[in-house]
Write a protein that binds this ligand. Structure first.
Ligand SMILES: [Zn+2]
Length: 365
């Protein structure tokens, strides 16, 4: 990996940030000689402190999360509900506005709000999405779709075709090629120039073209039921494809089933998905350290399961407890690394992440 940052001999100075959130996005200071900053935004769906704690106690050896020096907390409530769903939370991350549960990319008046993907795309950035669930599921869809209800997945798939992504990988093939309207969006993406694959994530031979991977009719299998290393591998392939861009890139990676494990109140499911997410994180951290010009943000969209780690059967044992099979309003940690990471310290709202990313990039809104 080329250490662009050092090769160019340019110091990355701490950004001069305005004291007031939301007031200074237009005038963030970025050295003009510096390459545009890349962003990797990793979302553990349903990942709160309890999920992280579970992994810390049950995993052998150190955790990749221990590499982070900058940590914050977000309030995940949506504008309609104290306890958000992934659609409300995804919309807050993607658009910078809290809105209503179940809606994607819309404000409280159901008017479309620009996503960080379209904002950055219009400035020449490459964009990518990776998810183990259907690529039309709430969290990834919040970054490109505008619909009143997250279940409108055929409509969402149609909007993905027009989203001009440079890379996407996940499930959801049936929303593209087994549709009620008879259209075959998989073939439409091929006609648009996408290298499409429904079997496996291969290597990206030609970095000048967009790539799309739809590897299951719905979501992929859970990791402990045979998904394999899809998430780390697809993330690695996405970084390979997107880092070839001259202008910089934005990549969202979702560990979708940490949430499902909470709904299922299943410790082994939870551990498998946390370890999968962490395996992916370890790779991304290597990339971030080597690249020197990539901002990494890792958080959860909400907590699921009211997970806590308490007393086990004996004094040197712990046990994982699930307080509910639903989402909770728990505060969720945010971890950041790379240029601009210091912006993500402290306590703030989930939608502030959008503004903090754009300020770190020095990108106009
Ligand atoms: Zn959920």
């Amino acid at each position: 990996m080329t250490k662009l940052f050092f090769k160019m001999g340019v110091m990355v100075l701490p950004l001069m940030l305005p004291a007031c959130e939301g007031a200074g996005e237009q005038n963030a200071t970025v050295s003009p000689e510096k390459d545009p900053l890349n962003v990797v935004f990793m979302i553990g769906d349903g990942m709160g402190v309890g999920q992280l704690t579970t992994m810390f106690y049950y995993k052998d050896g150190a955790s990749a999360f221990e590499d982070f020096k900058e940590v914050g907390f977000i309030n995940t409530s949506s504008a309609s509900n104290k306890v958000t769903d992934s659609a409300g939370a995804g919309t807050a991350f993607a658009t910078g506005q809290k809105s209503f549960n179940r809606g994607l990319g819309l404000d409280m008046d159901s008017m479309p709000v620009p996503s960080i993907l379209s904002v950055l795309k219009s400035q020449g950035y490459q964009t990518g999405l990776v998810s183990v669930s259907s690529i039309t599921h709430a969290t990834p869809a919040a970054f490109y779709a505008k619909v009143t209800d997250r279940d409108m997945e055929e409509e969402i798939a149609e909007q993905l075709v027009g989203a001009n992504l440079d890379f996407f990988a996940g499930g959801g093939l049936s929303f593209f090629n087994k549709r009620n309207d008879g259209r075959d969006l998989f073939e439409e993406l091929v006609a648009l120039g996408y290298r499409m694959d429904s079997v496996q994530v291969g290597s990206v031979g030609d970095v000048g073209v967009p790539y799309g991977y739809l590897l299951a009719d719905g979501g992929l299998e859970p990791r402990h039921k045979g998904r394999g290393d899809f998430l780390p591998r697809a993330t690695q392939t996405a970084l390979q494809r997107l880092s070839a861009a001259e202008k910089g890139f934005f990549l969202m990676v979702e560990g979708s089933y940490i949430d499902w494990a909470g709904h299922a109140k299943d410790k082994n499911f939870l551990l498998a998905e946390m370890m999968d997410f962490e395996e992916t994180l370890a790779y991304v951290i290597d990339f971030v350290k080597s690249d020197g010009n990539t901002l990494l943000i890792v958080t959860g969209d909400h907590e699921t399961g009211g997970v806590s780690v308490g007393k086990g059967k004996s004094i040197d044992e712990v046990e994982v407890y699930f307080n509910t099979d639903q989402h909770t309003a728990d505060l969720v940690p945010v971890f950041a690394m790379g240029p601009g990471a210091e912006n993500f310290k402290g306590f703030y709202q989930n939608n502030d992440i959008f503004h903090k990313i754009l300020r770190s990039l020095g990108a106009d809104q």
